[in-house]
Design a protein. Structure first.
Length: 260
C-alpha cells in the first residue's frame, strides 16, 4: 500500500514574536492515509457531507476550512441555525470517527527554542517539518510501506524553501533515522504542495483536526484537562484511537512530539 501524509499548521513560524503568548507555539499536524482509500472512501464521504449541508457542486466545490466553519461564514451560513449546526457537528464527528487515518503532531515552543539554542536557531517551521517527516518514515518503516508527503502551498519563495528543506531531510536523514530509510520508504524526494482550493480531501481532514490536536498537546504539556467543546471532543477521539502510538499504546514520542 502507498500512503500519503497531509500536513496542516497552527500558529506562526516566526521567531521574533515568540515572547507573545499568542504566537509562542507552532504546531504541524500530519494526517496519514492510504491513497487508494482516500480516492474510494474519504473524498466521496467528504463530498457527500458538503452536498447535504452546503449544496456543494462539482463545478464550485465547497472547501472545508475550520475557521470559516466556526465563524459560520459563507458558504457555511446555514450553521447559524442551531438545529442544523448540531446535526452537522454530529455527522462530521461521526465521519472523523469512522475514517481510517493516523495522526502525528509536532509542537515547538519557539520561546524555549530561542532560550535553549542561543547560537543555533533553525527556522521553526522547517525544524518541525523535519521531525514530523522523521516520525512518518518510522511509521512507514514499521508498516513495511511506502508513501509521500503533501502540504498546503504557502506561495512563492516559501514553497521553494519548503521543498528544499524536505529534499535536504530526504538526502541527509536525521539524528535518529538514516538517509537510506528516507530513500527506502519515501516514494518521492519532492514535497507535494497544493492549495486547499484544489479540494484535496486529505488537506481538509488535516485542517479539521490540526487545531484540536494542538490544543490538546498544549493542555497535556501543561498538565491541564482537554477542553470540553467540540474541538475537545475531536481531541479526545484522536487520543483514543487516531494518534500513531507504540505497541504498548504510548502516544508521546510517537504520535505527539514536543520541541525542543
Amino acid at each position: 500500500m502507498k500512503y500519503r501524509m497531509y500536513i496542516d499548521e497552527v500558529g506562526d513560524p516566526g521567531l521574533k514574536n515568540a515572547k507573545d503568548p499568542r504566537y509562542r507555539y507552532l504546531s504541524l499536524t500530519g494526517v496519514i492515509m492510504e491513497l487508494d482509500y482516500v480516492n474510494k472512501t474519504v473524498f466521496p464521504e467528504l463530498e457527500s457531507l458538503k452536498k447535504k449541508y452546503f449544496h456543494s457542486h462539482v463545478d464550485e466545490p465547497v472547501i472545508f476550512h475550520r475557521k470559516e466553519l466556526i465563524n459560520q461564514r459563507y458558504p457555511f451560513q446555514s450553521l447559524r441555525d442551531e438545529n442544523t449546526k448540531v446535526a452537522f457537528d454530529n455527522e462530521l464527528f461521526h465521519l472523523l470517527s469512522t475514517l481510517d487515518y493516523i495522526v502525528i503532531t509536532v509542537v515547538i515552543d519557539k520561546l524555549e527554542h530561542q532560550i535553549r539554542y542561543q547560537t543555533w536557531q533553525q527556522d521553526s517551521y522547517h525544524y518541525s517539518l523535519r521531525i514530523l517527516i522523521e516520525r512518518y518514515v518510522l511509521f512507514l518503516k514499521n508498516a513495511d510501506a511506502k508513501g509521500d508527503v503533501m502540504a498546503e502551498s504557502r506561495g512563492g519563495k516559501e514553497d521553494m524553501r519548503l521543498k528544499a528543506s524536505y529534499k535536504r531531510v530526504y538526502h541527509e536523514g536525521t539524528e535518529y533515522v538514516a538517509a537510506d530509510a528516507f530513500a527506502t520508504h519515501l516514494t518521492s524526494q519532492q514535497l507535494k504542495l497544493k492549495q486547499k482550493s484544489n479540494n484535496i480531501a486529505g488537506l481538509q481532514i488535516a485542517d479539521l483536526v490540526a487545531h484540536p490536536s494542538y490544543r490538546s498537546s498544549l493542555a497535556r504539556k501543561n498538565k491541564q484537562s482537554i477542553p470540553s467543546d467540540f474541538g475537545g471532543k475531536i481531541a479526545q477521539l484522536l487520543e483514543k484511537e487516531k494518534y500513531y502510538c507504540s505497541p504498548a499504546g504510548k502516544i508521546y514520542g510517537w504520535g505527539r512530539k514536543w520541541l525542543p
